[in-house]
Design a protein around this ligand. Structure first.
Ligand code: RB5
Length: 148
């Protein structure tokens, strides 16, 4: 199950991503928002991020105007590693090296076609099973727990 969320600016991109996920048979929970009426992105980031953090959803995809605000908000939730991406290389690397669990994208930055390409990469790239990367991801938890 994939957690989806967006604000008003990201709404068209989220809808395009739902069409892509439907076409490949991937299930998702849409945490809103559900229109282009102006809303506050932290609300939707929090809903989706909590679902990923508590294991209800295996990962998430969030959209706002730039992808930045909604990623900052998602990263406030313990256990979330949300990455803003606008290119294929960064998207692949944030799965391989950072084990990112939420992909954030900007509807005012990239096209729907690019967002679908990046979602495909994000969903199909496993985290590398290498000690140095796992050690660094563990250190992110250490920061959350006040140990670093
Ligand atoms: C909304 O206008 C815009 O500020 C928001 O979608 C996002 O880009 C914030 O980071």
């Amino acid at each position: 199950m994939i957690a989806l969320g967006c604000d008003h600016a990201g709404y068209p991109l989220k809808e395009a991503l739902k069409g892509y996920l439907d076409s490949i048979g991937r299930t998702y929970t849409d945490f809103g928002t559900y229109s282009e009426e102006s809303v506050d992105y932290p609300i939707y980031a929090a809903k989706a991020a909590h679902a990923v953090a508590d294991g209800t959803c295996e990962c998430g995809i969030l959209c706002c105007g730039t992808g930045i605000g909604i990623s900052i908000a998602a990263n406030k939730v313990k256990g979330i590693r949300a990455a803003v991406c606008s290119d294929a290389y960064s998207t692949e690397m944030t799965r391989l090296h950072n084990n990112a669990n939420i992909l954030c994208m900007g509807a005012r930055v990239i096209s729907e076609e690019k967002a679908i390409e990046l979602a495909q990469i994000f969903l199909n790239t496993p985290a590398l099973n290498e000690e140095r990367h796992q050690r660094r991801v563990k250190m992110l938890e250490d920061i959350e727990n006040g140990k670093l």
